[in-house]
Design a protein around this ligand. Structure first.
Ligand code: HMG
Length: 735
């Protein structure tokens, strides 16, 4: 009896991050329907800095291997066009990570998206030669086009692992294929580039032309016709093209649109994974196979599947397979769903940072711990890529804490000189997550300040010393406040170094620190304090230490002083305690929450001057006009009283007065004064909340009081949109 050979197991992997097409469309000013409908794409998978085609391949393959089938693998065929080395096959790293038998041959195959099909055909031939062997075929790729290019929405990444054997459990590959080759430049990637170049529309035309050519050749070779097939699958650079391919093939064989409807339903199931993962080049056709099998509840045993494989350049192949009885028992549907369910949606900034990290690869790079899978790309050491197998991903310890931002309702600047300020915590947060890492380093993923990187403890200590010395010079008047922290991410690096010293952390441990925030940066809402406090809290709890409020405050103050010169501590206090406070000289009196807990604000944009510069400037005003401080004290008390007693008339009058005092100390730029003047003309009041700015046109957050409609109209005229903030009782907490 003739031996059947084919796919015995199938699994895919895609990293735990994706970019929704809606986010991309918004950032690039494209109609989202163009991506959702025109390309049929919903999201695209994004490769984090600590993954590569190797780690994705190891994750995909691990799911279909056990001790028994591993021992029978004598060949690994790694199909990719995103190779990690010009000479060495990426599959050798995977062979090591997965502990595959040493009597095994490993090689890499390349021909754009086509090579996984070549690998399958090669594996089928080898197994026919010796039916007791198993062959691992892995298709692993990262689809990369330029940022802001037409190809950008058709990116993605992922790996599909296929175990091929005699008497396969899933799909028997049939003899006879149709091939087609033509020398075209529709899509290519020269050795000196890490993004593909593409003639997008031309590539789609060639893809469709090669479909007709390879189909005709397949029919001639196999003597099969359209009606001999039950299901059709297509290479899927984006789902809409697979749908068009099906329509084109129907037309090519002379079918009416109604007779092609039946197979179209199957195609839709086959495109589900691609819609959310995007193009994964070599793996994409086989991702469609996994998608069809995972989504089709009816038993398709015995049905013939036609598969169209296309690789730009170009080579195409049409071939077929028969779904095997009982195949459903061998699918990894729940595993695949879990992979997709556990993904995190990235912001456009995070996506671009991940993208750029991969463009900047060079020697002696350590990658931060971003994903928590079993396999990770740890960086490059002495030109050698470092791949690691983590002990147990489920054993990774993770601690997250969040701290709120704030609005200073009155008394900013004056508070630095001992006057009270009225402050309230708001429901906007920074979240810090600390997790274990296998190397002895501290890695940072700080998307809000655009930083991904890792440092040794030694380097962080040097940074800490340098920053403290610089602050000493500032206090002695030998240096400006902007010369202390040179890069925004140094604040968190200092915070971490300080906390690890405080808790006497052994430096043979590795940590990863990740922060994310919905507080605008540098706009007066306390984003620095919220990051410092949430990071210290998460680090302490990660290390199993208790951290009292006083220690938190003191640790936080050291960090904030580097940024603000002389921090009043008010932002830190609110980040720690939440609620509403009158804050003076480091002490607070808790206030009842105002009756109306909604606050209207507009964000006028990050000021051109930082808080330290503004505080330095206002210090001179307070020195020159000693009665100013008393005026701030009075207005703060008046605003506090008006809020507690819900006295709107007094609130408006006091906020107007507060605004004038801020103008007097020079922290309200002219365009913002003009905006507030118009707010007052419609019966309202407004004031800058936070340091404001001593230069430029923006002042960060402005608090507005008055009639909704009137405020909206004025804000609209100035191009601002009004947001509503809610007050928050909670300070820093574990989440
Ligand atoms: P583009 O310039 O954005 O395309 O590039 P477009 O302006 O033609 O719009 C795309 C579709 O959206 C069109 O539909 C528009 O009508 C529609 P079509 O006319 O083609 O049916 N559209 C809208 N629909 C609804 N609402 C709207 C709206 N606006 C427009 N408001 C392109 C698109 C795919 C060319 C680009 O993304 C690209 O260059 N991608 C990379 C190349 C590629 O994927 N080629 C596929 C064939 S080659 C291949 O498969 C090989 C490959 O996988 C690599 C390998 O082999 O290694 C890529």
């Amino acid at each position: 009896m003739a031996v059947t050979v084919g796919i015995d197991r199938i699994s895919f992997y895609t990293p735990p991050f994706y970019l929704p097409m809606a986010t991309l469309a918004k950032a690039r000013g494209i109609d989202p329907d163009k991506l959702h409908i025109g390309l049929g794409q919903r999201d695209m998978a994004v490769l984090p800095p600590d993954e590569s085609v190797v780690t994705m391949a190891a994750h995909a393959a691990e799911a279909i291997l056990d001790d028994d089938n591993k021992a029978q693998i004598d060949t690994v065929l790694f199909a990719t066009e995103s190779g990690v080395d010009q000479s060495k096959a990426a599959g050798i790293f995977v062979h090591h990570l997965l502990d595959l038998p040493k009597n095994c041959r490993v090689l890499e195959l390349k021909q754009a998206c086509y090579s996984a099909t070549a690998a399958i055909q090669m594996a089928v031939a080898l197994i026919h030669q010796q039916p007791d062997r198993k062959i691992l075929v892995i298709a692993s790729d990262v689809a990369r086009y330029g940022l802001q290019s037409a190809g950008e929405p058709s990116q993605g990444c992922g790996s599909v692992a296929l175990l091929l054997s005699a008497n396969p459990a899933i799909l028997a590959i049939e003899p006879y294929s149709g091939y087609y080759t033509q020398d075209v430049m529709d899509f290519w990637r020269p050795n000196y580039r890490d993004e593909a170049l593409v003639e997008g529309k031309y590539s789609c035309q060639i893809y469709l032309q090669a479909l007709a050519e390879s189909w005709d050749h397949y029919c001639a070779q196999s003597k099969r016709q359209w009606r001999d097939h039950d299901i059709f699958l297509y290479h899927t650079p984006f789902p809409r093209l697979a749908e068009k391919a099906h329509q084109a093939l129907c037309k090519h064989v002379g079918l009416t649109s109604s007779s092609s409807e039946e197979t179209h339903a199957g195609l839709d199931l086959a495109l589900q994974y691609s819609r959310t993962i995007g193009n994964c080049y070599t793996g994409s056709l086989y991702l469609s196979l996994a998608s069809l099998l995972d989504h089709q509840s009816a038993d398709l045993s015995g049905q013939r599947v036609g598969l169209y494989s296309y690789g730009s350049g170009c080579v195409a192949e049409f071939f077929s397979g028969i779904l095997q009885p009982g195949y459903q028992a061998h699918l990894l549907t729940a595993h695949h769903r879990a992979i997709l369910k556990d993904r995190k949606a990235l912001s456009i900034n995070e996506y671009e940072q991940f993208y750029r990290f991969h463009s900047q690869q060079h020697d002696n790079v350590d990658t931060p711990h971003i994903s928590h899978g079993r396999y990770r790309f740890a960086g490059v050491d002495d030109h050698k890529p470092q791949y690691q197998r983590q002990k147990s991903p489920s054993g990774v310890k993770v601690v997250s804490a969040s701290a709120p931002g704030k609005l200073i309702l009155s008394g900013e600047h004056a508070v630095v000189h001992g006057a009270p300020a009225l402050v309230i915590a708001v429901e906007r947060y920074t979240k810090a997550t600390v997790s274990s890492a296998s190397d002895q380093k501290l890695s940072f993923h700080l998307p809000d300040v655009g930083h991904i990187g890792s440092e040794t403890f030694h380097k962080l200590h040097r940074l800490k010393t340098r920053l403290q010395e610089a602050h000493g010079k500032f206090r002695r008047g030998e240096r400006g406040i902007s010369d202390i922290i040179q890069k925004p991410f140094e604040l968190l690096q200092y915070t971490a170094a300080n906390a690890l010293d405080k808790f006497a952390t052994p430096d043979d441990q590795g940590f990863h620190i990740h922060t994310e925030s919905n507080l605008p940066i540098g706009c007066g809402m306390g984003s620095s304090a919220a990051s410092i406090i949430s990071a210290n809290y998460a680090i302490a709890h990660y290390l199993g230490k208790t951290i009292d409020d006083k220690t938190q405050y003191q640790l936080g103050l050291r960090a904030e002083n580097l940024q603000h010169g002389y921090s009043s501590g008010i932002d830190l206090h609110v980040a720690i305690h939440g609620g509403c406070h009158l804050f003076q000289n480091g002490q607070s009196t808790v206030q009842n929450m105002p009756a109306d807990t909604n606050f209207y604000i507009v964000n006028t944009g990050a000021p051109d001057a930082n808080t330290g510069q503004c505080v330095t400037h206002s210090r001179q005003c307070f020195q020159q006009q000693p009665d100013l401080l008393e005026k701030f004290v009075e207005v703060t008390q008046s605003i506090a009283y008006a809020l507690q007693s819900a006295n709107q008339a007094q609130l408006i009058a006091s906020v107007r007065l507060n605004h004038r005092l801020l103008v007097e100390i020079g922290v309200v730029p002219a365009p913002i004064q003009q905006f507030i003047k118009q707010i007052e003309e419609v019966g309202g009041a407004a004031k800058v909340c936070g340091a404001g700015s001593v230069k430029g046109e923006k002042a960060g957050i402005v608090w507005l009081i008055g009639d909704d409609q009137a405020l909206q109209t004025v804000a609209h005229q100035h191009g601002f949109s009004i947001e509503t903030l809610h007050s928050d009782y909670d300070g820093v907490k574990l989440i």
